[in-house]
Design a protein around this ligand. Structure first.
Ligand code: CO
Length: 174
């Protein structure tokens, strides 16, 4: 929640600065300098890396609907399948998609991508990062650099799971 507040604050501040246009050049420069001060203060509190974990179960659910990181952080994400069903019938992965991805279209394409961990190879340009598919009792981890600030969506792309297994991945500014 703190990170979201920070994001809202910075966006609001940016809007405020934009609304102050029309001044002469030297005034604009001094406003910009003032604006960096609170952002730098916040940056010192942000860790270089962060570990996240999320669970999938036999009821085709993730245990988290939202995850938040800061842009540029090195994120280690661990996906745990806390159920008992095998990978073939209740497989789970964690796929981070670019904003604007058509989830239904991606999900349908994924159903036939059995040889590539249910990642459709014709839609790789919409995938930021993904884990492999795991079954009950297994876990897997990936490490990646948090992308630019924004609101992203994660899904499980196992056939039929995308609509029930999805959530928000919020990347706040540094
Ligand atoms: Co799944």
């Amino acid at each position: 929640m703190k990170r979201i507040n920070q994001l809202v604050f910075i966006l609001s501040f940016t809007a405020f600065l934009s609304s102050c246009g029309g001044g002469n050049q030297s005034e604009n420069q001094s406003e910009t300098l003032e604006a960096t001060t609170p952002m730098e203060a916040a940056t010192t509190e942000i860790a270089d890396s962060v570990s996240l974990s999320i669970e999938g179960n036999d009821a085709m659910k993730f245990n988290k609907a939202e995850m938040t990181v800061t842009t540029g952080q090195i994120v280690t994400l661990t996906l745990k399948h806390v159920g008992n069903l095998p990978k073939a019938s209740m497989g789970h992965n964690w796929v981070l998609l670019k904003p604007g991805t058509d989830l239904a279209e991606f999900g349908v394409s994924a159903t036939t991508a059995v040889d590539t961990e249910y990642i459709p190879q014709d839609k790789l340009d919409q995938v930021i990062v993904h884990t492999k598919v795991i079954g009950g009792g297994e876990q897997t981890s990936i490490t990646f650099k948090a992308p630019k600030p924004g609101y992203y969506t994660f899904i499980c792309s196992f056939p039929g799971h995308w609509s029930a297994m999805q959530g928000s991945f919020v990347v706040s500014p540094a």
